[in-house]
Design a protein around this ligand. Structure first.
Ligand SMILES: NC(=O)c1ccc[n+]([C@@H]2O[C@H](COP(=O)([O-])OP(=O)(O)OC[C@H]3O[C@@H](n4cnc5c(N)ncnc54)[C@H](O)[C@@H]3O)[C@@H](O)[C@H]2O)c1
Length: 406
């Protein structure tokens, strides 16, 4: 069978996560690094006929000028996270991807994000409908030019503020508003989701921005025969919460309070320094404890931008819990993770898994991807182990259906 290539379209293509994805794919394609950090390299996912690394073609949107390779080099100059030899070895990949980048949209992205945009063809004033059409045609042109079997769009752009107005539950009520930026309640991430669906591409939201979260948009994915999943990659502190909170629940220990302080210094941290953008992230990090424990302990999540830390995020968590005879005890942990290094392999995993599901005709919400997200679509189960079991069940079913088709 001829090898078929898939597209990975990154919204926020010049950011830390995106440039680490591009660097990582180049290294994985050459076979110079082991696939550590990739869930899809584990059994049973590795035997599902997922797209090979060299067959993933990357393109994307961003709103800032500057060369991709210079953005990628920040992972060394500012964070000492990816060594220059690994970045230099990906130079050809950066040149190829750079040629496929297109100016994104800042319509309804909020003041903080608008302030990041450079004058590189990013339209500052356009109707939501015009933005959707422009983004749709960029994605469709990419798929046609590269002869791609399917394109998965992954949102790795800066976190937006929450929409100021409610989003109607029925798309028929949203559609007439798309011609008027002042009346349309959809933020930029949702316009990208609509454009992806219209282009026949699947849409994954790795951020806490709205994206395809409104029910009206999720339903549209199925109507267009494409898949969607989200929201907000679960890579660090929240991953630990979803592992540790089930333990307290299973041992019948009462969590009285859970405090998490996060400090980091990359551009994501700078954007989250704006209280409106920060509120979106805090909501996404804070809701799962009550879901897991069945009651709401006192919680506090803080996120502070500390420039010198670059891409290295430190989370210090203090968990105050009560045991037998009412005795109070404490768990504290310190997580020091390199944000983009944790996130990038998951973005590659999501692209490969969504493409595989699409090949089998699955569309709409892929709820079995819950373990990748802080706020998974259509899944109330927040325990990481239970969510991972959903992914394994999907892999088993996919393996069985492909062996019975042979
Ligand atoms: N571990 C992680 O790194 C992690 C985990 C979960 C979620 N996230 C989310 O992923 C996103 C990316 O993280 P990052 O560290 O790469 O951030 P970053 O700030 O380095 O990159 C974001 C990129 O998006 C671009 N951008 C902003 N608005 C845009 C728009 N409307 N259209 C197109 N491009 C736009 C910016 O110019 C920038 O290049 C953030 O929203 C972050 O909260 C990251």
């Amino acid at each position: 069978m001829p090898r078929q290539r898939m597209g990975l379209w990154l919204v926020g293509a010049k950011g830390g996560v995106a440039t680490t994805v591009i660097t990582g794919l180049a290294a994985l394609s050459r076979g110079t690094v082991p696939p550590v950090g990739l869930v899809t390299a584990l059994d049973p996912f590795a035997s599902l006929g997922l797209v090979d690394f060299p067959d993933i073609v990357v393109g994307g949107h961003d709103i800032r000028g500057g060369r991709l390779i210079d953005e990628a080099r920040r992972m060394w100059t500012e964070s000492r996270a990816i060594t220059p030899d690994v970045l230099d070895a990906a130079a050809d990949a950066f040149t190829a991807v750079e040629a496929r980048l297109r100016p994104g949209t800042v319509v309804a992205a909020g003041d903080m994000i608008r302030s990041l945009a450079d004058d590189v063809g990013v339209a500052r004033v356009e109707s939501p409908q015009a933005a959707i059409e422009r983004v749709r045609s960029d994605i469709a042109a990419f798929a046609a030019a590269e002869h791609l079997r399917h394109v998965v769009v992954v949102n790795v752009a800066s976190t937006e503020p929450a929409p100021a107005r409610p989003i109607p539950a029925d798309f028929a009520a949203i559609e007439p508003l798309l011609d008027d930026a002042a009346a349309c309640p959809l933020p930029a991430s949702s316009l990208y989701a609509l454009a992806s669906f219209a282009a026949g591409a699947s849409y994954v939201n790795f951020t806490p921005s709205t994206g395809a979260t409104p029910p009206a948009l999720r339903l549209l994915a199925a109507r267009h025969g494409v898949a969607t999943a989200g929201c907000d990659g679960k890579t660090g502190e929240t991953l630990l919460k979803s592992v540790l909170a089930p333990m307290f629940a299973a041992r019948h220990l009462e969590v009285m309070s859970w405090v998490g302080h996060n400090i980091f210094g990359n551009m994501d941290g700078k954007v989250l320094d704006d209280p409106r953008n920060k509120a979106t992230k805090i909501r996404s990090k804070d809701h799962l404890l009550a879901d897991i424990l069945g009651y709401a302990p006192q919680t506090h999540v803080s996120i502070e931008y500390i420039k010198s830390l670059g891409d290295w995020k430190t989370a210090w968590d203090h968990v105050h819990f009560r045991g037998f005879l009412g005795t109070p005890m404490t768990l504290q942990f310190t997580w020091q993770g390199c944000d983009s290094i944790l996130a990038a392999p998951l973005v590659i995993d999501l692209a490969r898994l969504v493409e595989r599901a699409q090949r089998d005709g699955q569309c709409g919400v892929l709820d079995w991807l819950a373990c990748f997200f802080k706020s998974p679509f259509d899944v109330t189960e927040q325990s990481f182990a239970a969510q991972f079991a959903l992914l394994e069940q999907w892999a088993d079913a996919t393996a069985r259906s492909s062996s019975s088709a042979v």
